[in-house]
Design a protein around this ligand. Sequence first.
Ligand code: SF4
Length: 468
Amino acid sequence: MAFAAVTSSTSMSTSFSSFEQTKVSQLGLYQPLDRAQSLSTVINVSRKRVAVKPLNAQPKRNDSVVVAASTVLSPGEIAEVVEKVEVEVEDYEKLAKDLENASPLEIMDKALEKFGNDIAIAFSGAEDVALIEYAHLTGRPFRVFSLDTGRLNPETYQLFDAVEKQYGIHIEYMFPDAVEVQALVRTKGLFSFYEDGHQECCRVRKVRPLRRALKGLRAWVTGQRKDQSPGTRSEIPVVQVDPVFEGLEGGPGSLVKWNPVANVQGTDIWKFLRAMNVPVNSLHAQGYISIGCEPCTRPVLPGQHEREGRWWWEDATAKECGLHKGNIKEENVNGNGTGAVKANGEATVTDIFNSQHVVSLSRQGIENLIKLEDRKETWLVVLYAPWCQFCQAMEGSYMELAEKLAGTGVKVAKFQADGDQKAFAQKELQLGSFPTILFYPKHSSRAVKYPSEKRDVESLLAFVNALR
Ligand code: SF4
């Protein structure tokens, strides 16, 4: 009866959908507590706020918030329930701002305090071992899980063992589904990721096991840092509602993601690991920085960015294995430029790279350029979309570069390659993702694609000087 009364309410029927009713009745899980949590979801979805409710909030919960299964609510009573539930909801955007300058230890302590046994640290076997040390330092109990893809280096397994012994913990290993791995390997071989990209293999060996792990949690802790990938991780908050995965209660907003070292530099992580005598992966001593699966990780050279050691055969903006794909902005994945153009075709984003030293190439202009076998000057061309945050981020350095190269025999240019031009740019100009930077030598029609994520003036200049 009460169930019918609640679902007949306009706002509540939205969240407690017939799908959920079916799911609940199939699983036989319907309890008053579940209902209260669903109500909090309604409130937050309708007000565009966060819907996650920490575990340790439950004992403090005002029992009047939990509606008895036999109670029929009037609209006035429903409004009262809504108001009371809303008070308990955390605003994670605000919390992220409040904790922006907090230390990793403070952030970890807050995360463990709020979520107790419903939070776990995701440990990859690299320098994110720092998270385990921070959790240990809080003095609170903590859980750790790891994804054993079946393709890790022996050194990583040795680190797992050392960490378990050092902290007296059992890492909760997650394994891929054997049938799925079998199907992938039997049809495409052991190294299909070199042929058609890492996404499919990562989906089977990492993302799905991760999804299963997270379905048993209300929050997780990651070792993501802003400085790890200028392409995909430059805007990570210290805490956020997970934009991709679902937690224990299911649905959008049911999982919180903590990134306690988001604002910490890699060098400072290493100072901390050394100072605290934390066991580390012996691959680091061989030049590895970011460590994943053996076939997809390689050491980097001095000065190379750490993400250049991961999936090095792919474009920079695709370098997320799916575990943190919320970091990749939709526009950069699709590159369709729809965000920059209204329905009537009018541009909504101001153009970028506007400088007297940067030549703006039309479609005809760049077609002429790529046909020339013998150019008077060398050319550096950026393929860009004005709405792309990574293009915007390199605007200053590219214009400074253009100024430095003025009069040197190197022309610096731009070509807007989104929207109608995208298919042409993908086919003829090696466009993978924005921005793509091409160098056209004097005596060759073949362009050389800039391979690095580092887009500061010095790096770009070194690239030009190496080829001119
Ligand atoms: Fe597969 Fe490489 Fe992804 Fe590991 S990192 S799951 S081997 S594609």
